[in-house]
Design a protein around this ligand. Sequence first.
Ligand code: SF4
Length: 354
Amino acid sequence: MDLTSYTKEELENLIVEELGDKKFRAGQVYEWIHKKHVTSYDEMHNVPKALKEKLECVVPMNSPEIITFQESKIDGTRKYLYKLYDNQVIESVFMRYKHGNSVCISSQVGCRMGCRFCASTLDGLVRNLTAGEMLMQVYGIERHTGERVSNVVVMGTGEPLDNYDNLVKFVKMLSDEDGTNISQRNITVSTCGLVPKIDELADEDLQITLALSLHASNQEKRESLMPIAKKYDIHEAVDACRRYFDKTGRRISFEYSLVSGRNDTAEDAAELSKLIKGINCHVNLIPVNPIKERDYEAPDRAAVIDFKERLEKNGINVTIRREMGRDIDGACGQLRKKYMSKVGEEDEDSRTDG
Ligand code: SF4
């Protein structure tokens, strides 16, 4: 485990029980990481050198390192690429909204869910991220921008509920009063619909928002876009969201990527309204981001508005997701893909040269 994934209790146990040092030292180390957001032992100025050396021997910090970022000239959105200790690369996004700054983080390297409109899954799942690697994406951006982050969405690369234990640990640590203390109400976790895990999450007594990536109004269409629907059908997924609301009282978000000619018709709007009827929810419409590996296109603006209005007529709360950072590498996972293929080409070149 990396040091950044240690809870206060785990750190106390390590420092007191295993290294024979004082309990308050654990508090100091925890504060350096989770309040002051340092990335190395060297920066922990009030921790004795001997303890830092002992700690470093037993547990590495493994802080992700920012290798590049792009900033939108339109709205200031920034996309960051982080390199992990094992040279894996992940993407996080920083967005400025009127209500505060928001960060979208990755929960896995790659993804095995195979959604047809998603660039992050093209090479499958490489590995889960630790709780610390998720936290450090937020901390690293706060450090780099010098600005406070108030909202976190786990909606980047990966299926968070496929990395369940680390995800729950991450949420608890992110909202810890002795750490960075982001309110659970400002944390959103997005899933493609792992039904048993949604039920498990409902029992965790968390106050986070659950977002279901729905993207279709019926089983047939959902199955053609999202292989997970073969395992848990659309009604099972929506029912799990109903149960989540009943248990937690937290309004559900349904994410709906509009793909021209596939799920954006008047019948789709009618079917969708029926499907989610009676659920305390909010629908986010997202005109799909085209990716060159697939032939999906976004509907034009008029079609998006028409779809929205049809839902609203049925009493559903809807927003069209404002496209942030339109002038920087579009869809989630694409900056990483571009970087990886560039690194791949450079490797090829150096092999040819050598
Ligand atoms: S949309 Fe999310 S769950 Fe689906 S493949 Fe992409 S990263 Fe995975």
